[in-house]
Design a binder for this molecule. Structure first.
Ligand code: FMN
Length: 170
């Protein structure tokens, strides 16, 4: 798909078809995450692919926002693999995970796969329930799947601020 088309056609899909994602498409999505930039190239992201019936049932107990997606990516980062900014107050952990997730979200659209970014979850409960290592912090879920035939973007999708409201030239 042409890049501008990917950007324009992506929306948060909240109704997925009961259709699996082909292995090669899923791999292309994961590969796009692998190639994302991270601070100091530390690559502290950790991606958990959930698609087994038991795994998806667990996801359903952790969020109400799976919307029938056949695959959910749990995006986390390892607190031992991040860059602490000068000053010591901030670090790159969440940023690194988020850019990886953004790559995967856009790669999904390129593959004809729709997605929904979720943070309606308690990261600590998710980490505990999924048995993640102590050093890992959950950042978000990415629902992935083919959109249901009658799926459509929510009204909010069509509402964006003017550039002048969010971009300032100094
Ligand atoms: C950080 C973040 C968290 C979000 N969390 C949720 C969520 O928990 N559930 C949900 O249905 N959508 C969630 N969304 C989707 C947004 O509501 C959606 O991106 C926004 O309304 C714009 O619509 P669009 O993605 O269709 O263009 C989230 C998006 C982002 C970027």
């Amino acid at each position: 798909m042409e890049f501008q088309q990917v950007i324009k056609e992506r929306y948060s899909c909240r109704k997925f078809a009961d259709r699996p994602i082909e292995e090669e498409r899923l791999n292309a999505i994961l590969e796009a995450g692998r190639l994302a930039p991270t601070a100091k190239n530390l690559q502290g992201q950790r991606i958990y692919v959930v698609r087994s019936p038991e795994g998806l049932a667990k996801i359903d107990s952790l969020t109400v926002c799976r919307f029938g997606a056949p695959v959910v990516l749990v995006v986390a980062h390892d607190k031992n693999e991040l860059f602490v900014y000068p000053g010591g107050k901030y670090d790159s952990g969440v940023e690194d995970a988020v850019i990886v997730a953004t790559h995967m979200m856009l790669a999904a659209k390129d593959q004809g796969i729709d997605s929904c970014w979720l943070n309606l979850l308690d990261p600590d409960v998710v980490a505990q329930e999924l048995g993640l290592p102590e050093s890992e912090q959950v950042v978000m879920f990415l629902d992935l799947g083919y959109a249901a035939e009658d799926a459509k973007p929510a009204h909010k999708h069509f509402s964006r601020k003017e550039l002048a409201e969010t971009v300032k030239y100094l």
